[in-house]
Design a protein around this ligand. Structure first.
Ligand SMILES: Cc1cc2nc3c(=O)[nH]c(=O)nc-3n(C[C@H](O)[C@H](O)[C@H](O)COP(=O)(O)OP(=O)(O)OC[C@H]3O[C@@H](n4cnc5c(N)ncnc54)[C@H](O)[C@@H]3O)c2cc1C
Ligand code: SF4
Ligand code: SF4
Ligand code: SF4
Length: 376
């Protein structure tokens, strides 16, 4: 391994930097992805270790400004996970002749980062996919774009942004590179998600709709399956912190100092004096501005936004991941042991019989009344 396996974020920085293509990324028995060095190709140049963000800290800054935001265009907001900020920033960069890198879904449950340079392509990267996205060769493509004097916006989890920053090196001198990170809970493996899909027809998915945390599968833009987060076992396990990569539970990016120009998330902690207070259910973006470049990008994009300046403390009080990594579920090891034998669905049901029964009762009014009566 290049760094300790329990710390590796699967950011692909080592894979991108290796001049001999000696690093292959492999999935372990749970589907978590790690680098593996092919020693027949390796020439011991040491670049992979130099670029790894686990071994080499990236520069981070405390946010200078905090905003609550909703997109002026209600369609953009409806299509996004929270207030639609990511889409607006991406659109602005493309309007300025630049390119954007973000996460997309493709048939067969393959989630990866892609490059887009047309407004019509924005829909490909809209919406949060609550799973590990593979950035593949995109860091090399970013360098190529920067060499061609293109403006580049890269959107990803903080560990992906840290990997890219170390890969590009001399980041502060790359005036054309804009980095946006997401406040991040943690990422499960793609293998887990694949086992929970209803069939193999889907060509797109979404984790959130105008009705909140609802999982949908689409085929040709038509909804072919819709499941509430309480009934979708993958979603339950995600919220219960049962299935993240091991390193996520000690995430070094779950803090105030950010390694990006702009941080985006949900403004869960918004107080009642905010003009967007009543809009929370439909999604209000939290925007943290962390650098001068972040300020410039916000200035350029703010014509499409309804913005309100807020206090950082308000945002951080309502969003745990700005303070600490998620705590590992006590059943994590048990789940993994069962998983090897039974797969996702059976293992989850085995360790959560009581909670699932309660969920069934909740949906039946009469049974729910009886249950509450017995409980009393
Ligand atoms: C794994 C994960 C965990 C998150 N946890 C939290 C949290 O605990 N608290 C919180 O406030 N917010 C969290 N978020 C962020 C939140 O869900 C929204 O993505 C964010 O508020 C931006 O929403 P938006 O409306 O501006 O943009 P959207 O239109 O929803 O765009 C989302 C952007 O994120 C990128 N993206 C989507 N999925 C991934 C992925 N798997 N990996 C990398 N990039 C991706 C897309 O390229 C797109 O540009 C998380 C996001 C992810 C992907
Ligand atoms: S030491 Fe150099 S050649 Fe070997 S895997 Fe690392 S980057 Fe590749
Ligand atoms: S560079 Fe990223 S993928 Fe490679 S070892 Fe370090 S954390 Fe893991
Ligand atoms: S929790 Fe931390 S390590 Fe895990 S995906 Fe998110 S940013 Fe990366």
């Amino acid at each position: 391994m290049i760094c300790n396996k329990n710390k590796c974020t699967g950011c692909f920085a080592c894979y991108n930097i290796c001049p001999k293509k000696a690093i292959e990324m492999y999935e372990d028995e749970f589907g978590y992805i790690y680098p593996h060095i092919n020693h027949e190709k390796c020439v011991n140049c040491g670049l992979c270790k130099k670029v790894c963000p686990v071994l080499n800290n990236v520069n981070s800054n405390e946010p200078v400004d905090t905003y609550a935001m909703i997109a002026k265009d209600s369609y953009k907001r409806k299509e996004s996970s929270s207030g639609g900020a990511a889409t607006i920033f991406a659109e602005k960069i493309i309007e300025l002749g630049g390119v954007v890198y973000g996460c997309t879904y493709s048939k067969g449950c393959y989630i990866k980062h892609i490059r887009i340079d047309k407004i019509e392509e924005l829909k490909k990267i809209k919406g949060s996919k609550y799973v590990h996205s593979y950035v593949l060769d995109t860091f090399k493509n970013v360098r190529n774009d920067l060499n061609n004097n293109k403006k580049v916006l890269y959107i990803g989890t903080p560990c992906q942004i840290a990997g890219l920053k170390n890969y590009i090196g001399n980041y502060n001198k790359s005036d054309n590179l804009y980095l946006i990170d997401l406040i991040c809970h943690g990422v499960p493996s793609q293998k887990y998600l694949k086992e929970c899909l209803s069939n193999s027809k889907e060509d797109d998915i979404s984790f959130r709709t105008e009705n909140g945390f609802v999982f949908r599968e689409y085929d040709n833009n038509k909804i072919i399956n819709e499941t509430d987060s309480r009934d979708f076992l993958y979603y339950r396990a995600f919220f219960e912190a049962l299935i993240f990569r091991n390193n996520c539970y000690t995430c070094q990016y779950a803090k105030k100092e950010r390694c990006s120009d702009i941080t985006l998330g949900d403004f869960w902690g918004l107080k009642s004096d905010s003009k967007f207070y009543k809009e929370r259910k439909k999604g209000v973006s939290l925007i943290l501005i962390n650098s001068k470049k972040g300020e410039d990008l916000l200035r350029a994009a703010k014509g499409s936004m309804l913005l309100e300046k807020r206090e950082y403390q308000e945002a951080s009080n309502g969003n745990n991941q700005l303070n600490n990594p998620k705590k590992k579920n006590k059943k994590y090891n048990k789940f993994q042991k069962l998983y090897i034998k039974y797969g996702f669905i059976k293992s989850y049901k085995k360790i959560n019989r009581f909670a699932l029964l309660k969920n069934k009762l909740r949906k039946n009014k009469l049974l729910s009344k009886i249950y509450n009566y017995i409980k009393k």
